[in-house]
Write a protein that binds this ligand. Structure first.
Ligand SMILES: Nc1nc2c(ncn2[C@@H]2O[C@H](COP(=O)(O)OP(=O)(O)OP(=O)(O)O)[C@@H](O)[C@H]2O)c(=O)[nH]1
Ligand SMILES: [K+]
Ligand SMILES: [Mg+2]
Length: 422
């Protein structure tokens, strides 16, 4: 029996099983089984079909936004409107057959918008493009679920289901659970809140199902059984999502008003250019981007050339970001030649904006993987040379004056940063 059939069988069993206190942990076990099979489906080594890999489009810019929707909701029309890239749009379904990247330049940030083929129900289980689309969604920093405002809201539920099946959790925080595997010592189970949506017995059953006999668990939130399984599986993606209802030119004003009031939702018309600027503004907010200006000693910061980072970034991150961008634009033999970092003299500040003056046309995938990866590659040789930072702006304690900060200082939007090396 193939994995898809196995999943189906369990789903049927779950549907047959009455939900009550007595069956709760059995249902929990079944859920855990399904979760494992789904994970297998998407593993590259899965024998049930080709790897659950996304389209081979290089990431570029500061963030990636993926357009997910049924065929002909207007995804390609939107891409052509808000970027310089043209993606063919037509009245027939499945016009778009591959991933088409475009770039939105906004408030100094470069946001990659990915137009994708339309998906249909069952995309996450299928072996073709549908699964490729949902796998690509996993690589995004923000998902735009695009919907046809003239159609029923059932489409929204179906799309959510497809993304859920590949482990994408929309507009949710990671459950507040500490889970540590151990080699001995049995299971320690602790909670700081009363559990009303799952219980210890269910969780212990699930752990047994996973053959986990030694681990520490600390639950700090009233989680569901599903959320606990998410923690166990550990590869879930928690992504922000905006529901974008297109074609509002074709519905009544009352309907528009109703949709626009739903959480995480907004209404647009690509055809009539309605609300497209607002959409981009909301994307910027959802991506939680902040702009940082770098400054050389004795020189005014170049305010036309910010570096864009995700909120929560520390001084260390701008440093690496800048090095990162520069590694893709310059050739060098040793990491020490990056931005004067190896210079032994004190008070060498970073070259101002390496990041945006020459945005690399196509940054290699490697150089835009999580900044940590880059740190691992360059960090060890450079970290000892980083001394401290000076920060002007909202994150400075002495705003409008500068604060001397360590490399772990969290920067805020529009801060100006100088980095000092040994
Ligand atoms: N009325 C109306 N029609 C629109 C709007 N935006 C796009 N369309 C039309 O919707 C149809 C489908 O548009 P596409 O951009 O090809 O849709 P898509 O989602 O990319 O479709 P696939 O690539 O096939 O998945 C085209 O005929 C567009 O002209 C809109 O705001 N209002
Ligand atoms: K179409
Ligand atoms: Mg299209």
């Amino acid at each position: 029996m193939g994995i898809i059939e196995k999943i189906k069988e369990i789903e049927e069993e779950m549907a047959r099983t009455q939900k009550n206190k007595a069956t709760e942990y059995h249902l929990g076990l079944l859920k855990a089984k399904i979760a494992r099979y789904r994970a297998q489906l998407l593993e590259p080594t899965s024998k049930s079909g080709p790897a659950g890999v996304g389209f081979d489009v290089q990431k570029s810019g500061d963030a990636r936004v993926a357009l997910i929707g049924f065929p002909s909701v207007g995804k390609s029309t939107l891409l052509s409107k808000v970027t310089h890239t043209q993606s063919e749009a037509a009245a027939y379904e499945f016009t778009t057959l591959t991933a088409i990247p475009g770039v939105i330049e906004y408030k100094g940030a470069r946001i990659q918008l990915l137009d994708l083929p339309g998906i249909v129900e069952g995309a996450s289980q299928g072996r073709g493009r549908g699964r490729q689309v949902v796998s690509t969604a996993k690589t995004a920093d923000l998902i735009l679920i695009m919907l046809d405002a003239t159609k029923s809201d059932e489409q929204r539920r179906l799309l959510e289901h497809e993304l859920d099946a590949v482990g994408i959790r929309l507009n949710k925080n990671k459950p507040d659970v500490v889970f540590k595997r151990k080699t001995t010592g049995g299971i320690t189970f602790n909670t700081t809140v009363k559990l009303t949506r799952t219980d210890e017995k269910t969780i212990r059953t699930i752990l047994a199902g996973y053959k986990l006999h030694n681990c520490d668990i600390m639950i700090r939130e009233d989680i569901t059984t599903d959320e606990f399984i998410d923690v166990l599986i550990g590869t879930r993606k928690y992504l922000p999502c905006l529901y974008v209802y297109n074609k509002i030119d074709a519905i009544s004003l009352e309907q528009v008003d109703k949709i626009a009031r739903q959480p995480h939702s907004l209404v647009i018309s690509c055809e009539m250019d309605l609300n497209l600027d607002y959409l981009i503004d909301r994307m910027w907010d959802e991506l939680r981007l902040v702009k940082i200006y770098t400054k050389k000693r004795g020189v005014h910061p170049d305010l036309s050339d910010p570096v864009c980072l995700r909120k929560g970034a520390t001084i260390e991150v701008p440093v690496f970001h800048i090095m990162l961008m520069s590694t893709s634009t310059q050739k060098r033999t040793s990491p020490h030649s990056i931005c004067d970092f190896g210079s032994p003299s004190a008070h060498t500040t970073l070259q101002t904006p390496l990041a945006y003056s020459n945005p690399p046309k196509s940054v290699s995938q490697k150089s835009l993987t999580p900044i940590q990866d880059v740190c691992n590659g360059i960090h060890r040789s450079l970290a000892p040379n980083l001394r401290y930072g000076l920060v002007w702006g909202k994150s400075s304690k002495f705003n409008p004056h500068a604060q001397k900060v360590s490399l772990h200082h969290q920067v805020a939007d529009e801060d100006v940063v100088s980095i000092f090396t040994k």
